[in-house]
Design a protein around this ligand. Structure first.
Ligand SMILES: Cc1cc2nc3c(=O)[nH]c(=O)nc-3n(C[C@H](O)[C@H](O)[C@H](O)COP(=O)(O)OP(=O)(O)OC[C@H]3O[C@@H](n4cnc5c(N)ncnc54)[C@H](O)[C@@H]3O)c2cc1C
Ligand SMILES: *[C@@H]1O[C@H](CO)[C@@H](O)[C@H](O)[C@H]1NC(C)=O
Ligand SMILES: *[C@@H]1O[C@H](CO)[C@@H](O)[C@H](O)[C@H]1NC(C)=O
Ligand SMILES: *[C@@H]1O[C@H](CO)[C@@H](O)[C@H](O)[C@H]1NC(C)=O
Ligand SMILES: *[C@@H]1O[C@H](CO)[C@@H](O)[C@H](O)[C@H]1NC(C)=O
Ligand SMILES: *[C@@H]1O[C@H](CO)[C@@H](O)[C@H](O)[C@H]1NC(C)=O
Ligand SMILES: *[C@@H]1O[C@H](CO)[C@@H](O)[C@H](O)[C@H]1NC(C)=O
Length: 502
């Protein structure tokens, strides 16, 4: 039975006045979700406050979250095959000589010897349209230059200011207006393929911030390079190894789906099997899509109306890689290719070959990525239909090749997966810094306790969407929580938002 709100307040004040909490608690801190954010929150607690008990609660059978791979065999049937990454695949930005800042994900990748290769986004590209190979490479250069100008000229908003300009407004103001399918696919590659959404729907300012903070060393970013995992153990190897280096098996509860979160004298978490876990605090790292989707029922005090509105207003992008494997390579020798569809911008536009000397030569693996509304459509289509469309596009790119039947075909369904509901978040035009602060703010236990903290790539102002965003957010949620537990300043709101107004 849930107590009415006022009584909850009275009870929680009473209980927090006791010297030590009674211990029907399963742990002091429950960490909800075992992706990058959850594992790093756990590591931070372990390092800063070894006496604080915690328990990671994860629905899947393993840690990693959006780091997931599936195995494709080698065409010859020999060897261990290839770990095809369904989710995150790159370390975006590593480190630059002469600058201090290092991508913390890059540090873990090096520490655990994950095999990666530099992806040459702009230097290894073949261009196609519906008539076959088509020479429009210089347009790519134009789109890159327009993007750099977009980042440099973004208007910097104040905290409360709407900051309502979209990246499309920005491109318009620069006089960059792609019209032909060739121009549009060049823009799509530079923009949508990164943000999983179009310039119309993306904040000019926030997209510029995330680019600077990841790729531009003179603006606090790491480096311009992108490293792609080709590790046969899967990209998640770095996170699983990191977790294995400090976690005790009793600190992880796998196969455990959270369905409700309540607040009484502490935090109560109900699992799908009906079991109830209790703790003093929780860090919730579920994706933005999960928070929007309603699969977890929240006590009113933990999800007040203004927070719910902010959660709804941030956008969850969709980025879907469609993998094919053929017994023999018949396609481009570059790392990338673009296909400009005559009718629809972004229709099966970005192709990547892993059957390349630098990646997995002889693998026969090729994939095409779709994003945004087109990816939403693909997620809902029968896979056979998607396959037919993809093979048809290959047929247009190679009019003189009879496209063979692929040996393997795989589409991840991040959008319909109830544990993710999309790929990664994107900052929409018209979404303010204040709203994002509310999306991030802790809730529960008024009187400053902040029993539930929210972390994950979506709570990062500078690095939303990225692995390193999830890393930094897990770390700072746990750091603030330790300060709070130990009676320091971490109980105060980081930013002064009063969520109790509504
Ligand atoms: C297709 C794709 C490509 C990407 N490419 C890149 C890339 O190349 N580089 C990059 O930096 N980033 C990339 N990203 C983004 C990156 O994967 C994420 O930013 C990061 O992994 C998010 O980590 P997280 O801890 O915030 O969330 P998650 O990894 O989503 O962790 C949350 C965990 O909560 C669990 N969970 C959810 N609901 C429940 C529930 N009800 N009960 C219990 N557990 C639950 C989930 O199973 C999950 O393990 C990509 C993402 C996708 C999907
Ligand atoms: C949580 O604590 C309750 C009450 O002590 C107990 O019944 C339950 O088994 C515990 N669950 C876990 C996963 O430790
Ligand atoms: C989780 O479930 C999978 C099957 O879905 C099973 O193989 C695995 O052993 C389970 N793990 C735990 C820790 O219960
Ligand atoms: C690419 O654009 C830059 C300016 O943005 C220009 O100097 C350079 O010559 C262009 N290169 C090609 C190959 O078009
Ligand atoms: C990105 O960095 C450049 C160079 O430091 C700066 O001029 C520009 O304003 C920054 N853009 C944003 C959106 O912060
Ligand atoms: C395809 O074949 C035709 C006729 O043989 C030829 O003219 C054309 O150049 C070929 N196209 C490609 C892309 O090889
Ligand atoms: C942003 O808000 C303004 C004013 O309400 C509106 O005119 C504009 O269309 C909105 N832009 C987007 C991309 O939603």
């Amino acid at each position: 039975m849930r107590l009415p709100l006022l009584q909850i307040l009275a009870t929680s004040l009473l209980v927090s006045a006791l010297p030590t909490p009674p211990s029907p608690y399963n742990a002091t801190v429950l960490i909800l979700g075992g992706g990058v954010s959850g594992v790093i929150a756990a590591r931070t607690l372990h390092r800063l406050s070894p006496s604080t008990s915690f328990l990671i609660v994860e629905a899947r059978h393993e840690l990693g979250g959006r780091l997931q791979s599936t195995r494709f065999p080698s065409p010859s049937g020999e060897g261990e095959g290839y770990a095809v990454e369904l989710g995150a695949n790159w370390v975006h930005g590593t480190q630059t000589l002469g600058f201090e800042q290092v991508n913390p994900v890059w540090e873990m990748v090096k520490q655990w010897d994950v095999q990666t290769r530099v992806s040459d986004y702009y230097g290894s590209m073949t261009t196609y349209d519906h008539t076959g190979e088509a020479a429009y490479l210089p347009l790519l250069n134009d789109s890159l230059a327009a993007y750099a100008a977009l980042v440099a000229s973004a208007p910097l908003p104040g905290l409360q200011e709407p900051g309502s300009a979209s990246a499309r407004d920005g491109y318009d103001s620069l006089g960059y207006t792609p019209r032909t399918p060739h121009e549009q696919v060049a823009e799509y590659y530079t923009f949508d393929w990164e943000y999983a959404d179009g310039p119309e729907r993306t904040s000019w300012w926030a997209s510029g911030v995330s680019t600077n903070a990841t790729y531009e060393p003179t603006a606090g970013g790491f480096s311009r390079s992108n490293h792609f995992s080709i590790d046969p153990r899967g990209f998640s190897h770095f996170l699983k190894s990191e977790a294995g280096s400090f976690l005790d098996p009793t600190q992880v509860l796998l196969n455990s789906t959270v369905t409700a979160q309540g607040e009484e004298t502490g935090v109560e978490v109900t699992l799908a099997n009906g079991e109830v876990l209790r703790a003093e605090y929780a860090v919730c790292t579920f994706s933005l899509g999960v928070l929007q989707g309603g699969a977890v029922e929240w006590d009113a005090g933990l999800m007040p109306p203004r927070k719910k509105e902010a959660v709804e207003a941030m956008s969850m992008g969709v980025f879907t890689k469609i993998f094919l494997q053929f017994s023999q390579k018949f396609w481009f020798d570059t790392e990338f290719a673009l296909y400009a569809d005559p009718q629809e911008r972004g229709r099966y536009a970005v192709w990547q070959s892993l059957d390349h000397p630098e990646f997995w030569p002889g693998s026969g693996v090729l994939f095409v990525t779709v994003t945004g509304d087109f990816a939403r459509r693909v997620d809902a289509m029968p896979e056979e239909e998607v396959k037919a469309e993809v093979l048809d596009v290959l047929g247009k790119m190679y009019p003189n090749v009879t496209i063979p039947e692929p040996m393997a075909f795989h589409i991840p369904h991040w959008l319909s997966d109830p544990l993710f509901r999309g790929s990664y978040s994107n900052w929409p035009a018209n979404f303010t810094r204040e709203e994002h602060g509310i999306l991030r703010a802790k809730t529960g236990g008024r009187g400053g306790k902040g029993r539930v903290r929210f972390a994950g790539e979506h709570t990062s102002e500078r690095w939303f969407g990225f692995l390193h965003g999830a890393y930094y957010e897990g770390m700072s949620a746990a750091e603030e929580m330790v300060e709070c537990i130990e009676g320091g300043s971490g109980c105060e709101e980081v930013r002064d938002f009063d969520l109790s107004d509504d």
